[in-house]
Design a protein. Structure first.
Length: 271
């Protein structure tokens, strides 16, 4: 029973596929391979995008807002603290943490910007390859359809030439049918993949703007300068060099009065 079911399913799959190949010739096989490669590429792109695409969740947005108003080490520690594996795959979190650490270390601004530009491009590079594949498929499919059209018309005119101009409609219909089939198949493959490539490119632009906006917000606030270990002894020496304030002296008249009073008391006690 299982063998019969498997045989029937194989016949159903091979029957329409074989008919399509018979109608369009070898060009249809190439178009089917391109369509399968495009579907696999799009699925791979969606899976990678769901895991490794830059994202700006609410927690990260709150940390960036706090950093913008008051940059501190506590904000930098909150970027990667208390998150799971899925959130750690977000490249925007790593870029934000590295930028905050560089700002707190007072690194050279030009070096920080160049490093961020390189890392931001690296974060989006995994999505550019699949996009190119979709664009190539969308561009090649109509050309392959046109190639099939040319080959079909060549077969039709070849049949007409073999009969010395006395070919009937049945002899010409085969080549013309193959030509029209490949043209339609090429357009059917090209149109959806062209739309998918345009949508993926639009998404990449939005991701690029998202990353640039978040990093510009992190770079915007000024970090207060902190005294270094070399400056501390110098400040201490300056304090030591300052002259001490002279002690306040009591008025001379008050001292004389106290002395006279004490002498009178001693004389009275002596009788």
């Amino acid at each position: 029973m299982a063998d019969n079911t498997l045989t029937q399913s194989t016949d159903l799959l091979s029957g329409p596929l074989q008919q399509l190949i018979d109608m369009g010739g070898p060009v249809i096989m190439v178009l089917l391979v391109l369509a399968a490669a495009g579907v696999v590429t799009f699925v791979y792109l969606m899976l990678c995008g769901a895991i490794y695409a830059p994202r700006l969740p609410r927690s990260l947005r709150r940390v960036i807002d706090d950093w913008h108003h008051s940059p501190s080490q506590a904000c930098a520690d909150r970027v990667m603290a208390g998150i799971g594996w899925f959130q750690r795959q977000n490249p925007l979190r790593r870029l934000t943490a590295d930028t905050m650490a560089a700002r707190l270390n007072h690194d050279e601004p030009n070096i920080v910007r160049e490093t961020l530009a390189r890392d931001a491009r690296a974060a989006l590079e995994p999505f550019e390859g699949p996009l190119k594949i979709l664009e190539v498929i969308a561009a090649l499919a109509p050309l392959l359809g046109l190639l099939g059209t040319v080959l079909g018309m060549m077969d039709a005119f070849s049949a007409m030439a073999a009969t010395e101009g006395r070919a009937d409609a049945s002899q010409l219909s085969g080549g013309i049918y193959e030509a029209l089939t490949t043209t339609a198949a090429g357009l059917i493959v090209a149109i959806p993949f062209a739309a998918l490539a345009a949508w993926v490119e639009f998404r990449l632009r939005r991701l690029n703007n998202l990353v640039n906006g978040a990093l510009v917000t992190v770079l915007a606030p000024a970090i207060p300068e902190q005294p270094t270990a070399i400056d501390m002894p110098a400040a201490a020496e300056e304090v030591e060099r300052q002259p001490e304030a002279p002690a306040r002296q009591k008025p001379a008249a008050r001292q004389d009065t106290s002395t006279a009073t004490a002498s009178a008391r001693v004389a009275h006690a002596a009788g």
